[in-house]
Design a protein around this ligand. Sequence first.
Ligand code: SF4
Length: 323
Amino acid sequence: MLSVAEALKLWKKTDWTELAKAAHDMRVQMHGKKKVSYTVFRIINYTNVCKIGCSFCSFKNTKQYTLSLKQIRAEALKAKKQGASAIFFQGGVNPNIPLDYYLEALELLNKNLGFPVRAFSPVELFHIAKDNKISLPKLLQKFKAAGLSSVPGAGAEIMTARMRKILSPKKLSAKQWCNVMSECHEQGLKTSANIVIGSSESPEDIVEHLNYIRELGGFQSFIPWVFQPQTDNFPIRHVTGVEYIKLVALCRLFFHNIPNIEVSVLGMGKALGEVALYAGANDISSVVLKERVMRSQGIESVEDAELFIRNAGFEPVRRGINY
Ligand code: SF4
């Protein structure tokens, strides 16, 4: 197992090709040489109202909405037609939504329409519990009974105190984030975690963040992301392809206790996505289902996903939302 000091040294001093090779070897040991997995889910952002106000988030600049249950149903039915096998249900921290809304939405998506549901980042769960004066374990039990099966690691970004001050001073601290995830594990919910780089984080911030996640353990997958220029309110920098690949490789090498590393093809493009599959990543996350046909650098259909994986030299395996 890599120590924090070793990880920092690898990040600062090791050539990216060496890191990628070592990470690929580890990935082959864990998943074999050939398989790359993908899934097909639809994201439903149920509200863009949020009291947290992270500096990088563009939610506050757009017209406010909260979807009705009828609208959620319509979105989910559209997703079913497009071949989605799961729903990713996420939104802002909206204090005006009653608890029953969440329970009814979960029941609708899971019990009524038959979708496995991944929903609510730790910051949403924390505030839903607080606003409704209910303990977190009780809330998770209710959500699980209503159809929740997994929780995304969104909202982690870089959890060092220094970066939290810059990016999201009102969000959960690392300790609070980890406490919520730990309770999710206690309740038998599947979880993922992530990191987002490309602001003013230092190598120390990156490794400290990875260490929070590794020390907690219990995650199924880890996703390295890069900040998108959604607002002018935070320091953002260009992340080179080499830096991204190095990050993917470091994550693979650091997380002996997380089986899957996902590459962000949507964020980094297909060419770099292919390289990441030789640098420790073994999964390309979800096909991006769109309402209208638009060109993007993401993968927009099952055929696209399978072709992308084959072209990169691997065999595609379709998985469920929880692996
Ligand atoms: S908590 Fe999420 S939705 Fe709210 S401002 Fe931050 S990133 Fe945006």
